[in-house]
Write a protein that binds this ligand. Structure first.
Ligand code: PAF
Length: 283
């Protein structure tokens, strides 16, 4: 596997592949790769003969006081994991390569509506940072396929919208969340949990399955959401939201059938903020 960190190196590898008519699948990441990321890489390998993974901890998607500084950076370990999977290319740019004109006062991409609720409401500016860096990465890699995890459901919907509205010639592929045996979704942030928090963290998934059960029993979304918040609080979480929404638009449910709905949660355990979701169509 090759590693490149600048645009000249990236473009020369991509040009050679294109000359051979090889299609490219792409997995953008912030590194600290785990089994969830490796599942994305394997899915990308099913999509196209060439796979690019990027590792870039994007400063513009972290708000002031968020965990940009402590976000785990493990490039050598990531490189080894990707090489073992026979990934073709690791693109690991610096901040200067991604933002040569600085991170403020530069072009910013805003995807309206879908970014204004849930994570967008809790983390102002987060999705503009995500949309901006993803648009730039797509422009640099020019992939035929881009693979994202469903764990960041709202991000996946944002990327689908970005690709649609910019008429990008790529297919966005979503992959179901990879979980620990007790249901906890894999996340780089799980390593910040202490032993007692880790034992309780599985309650996020348990709460999502409970939300499904009560919705199937005919309870109304607002009542389920209130009870789910109280349920998480009993386990020591500080919930930001427990929500049942229309899966693709993330609007409140009106007449949509359960098969088009999704349950989403975000909550803090100590200083670690975790998110998870469970589409009704998947269960
Ligand atoms: O999901 C992530 O890891 C990041 O938000 C992404 C898509 C790589 C953009 O920085």
């Amino acid at each position: 596997m090759q590693t490149v960190s600048d645009l000249t190196g990236l473009r020369s590898v991509l040009r050679a592949w294109r000359r051979n008519g090889e299609r490219v699948a792409y997995v953008p990441t912030m590194g600290n790769l785990h089994a969830g990321h490796f599942a994305l890489v394997r899915r990308a390998q099913e999509c196209a003969p060439r796979v690019v993974v990027s590792v870039f901890v994007n400063p513009t998607q972290f708000g002031p006081g968020e965990d940009f500084g402590r976000y785990p950076r493990t490039l050598e370990q990531d490189q080894a994991g990707l090489a073992a999977l026979q990934c073709d290319l690791l693109f690991a740019p610096t901040v200067d390569v991604m933002y040569p004109y600085g991170t403020s006062g530069t072009l910013s991409v805003h995807v309206p509506e879908i970014t204004e609720v849930l994570e967008g409401a809790c983390r102002p500016g987060h999705f503009d940072g995500v949309a901006t860096v993803v648009a730039k990465l797509f422009s640099m890699v020019q992939p035929d396929f881009a693979v994202f995890g469903e764990k960041d459901w709202q991000q996946l919907q944002l990327v689908r919208r970005l690709a649609r509205d910019l008429a990008l010639a790529l297919e966005v592929v979503g992959l179901p969340t990879v979980r620990e045996p007790d249901g906890l979704a894999l996340s780089s942030r799980n390593q910040f949990l202490d032993e007692s928090q880790r034992a309780r963290a599985s309650q996020l998934y348990a709460t999502l399955t409970w939300m499904h059960m009560t919705a199937r029993a005919g309870h109304k979304p607002a009542a389920i959401e209130r009870a789910a918040v109280a349920r998480l609080q009993r386990y020591g979480f500080a919930p930001d939201y427990c929500a049942i929404r229309v899966a693709d638009s993330l609007r409140p449910v009106t007449t949509e059938p359960l098969s088009r709905q999704i349950a989403l949660v975000a909550a803090r355990l100590g200083s670690t903020r975790l998110i998870d979701n469970l589409p009704f169509a998947s269960a």
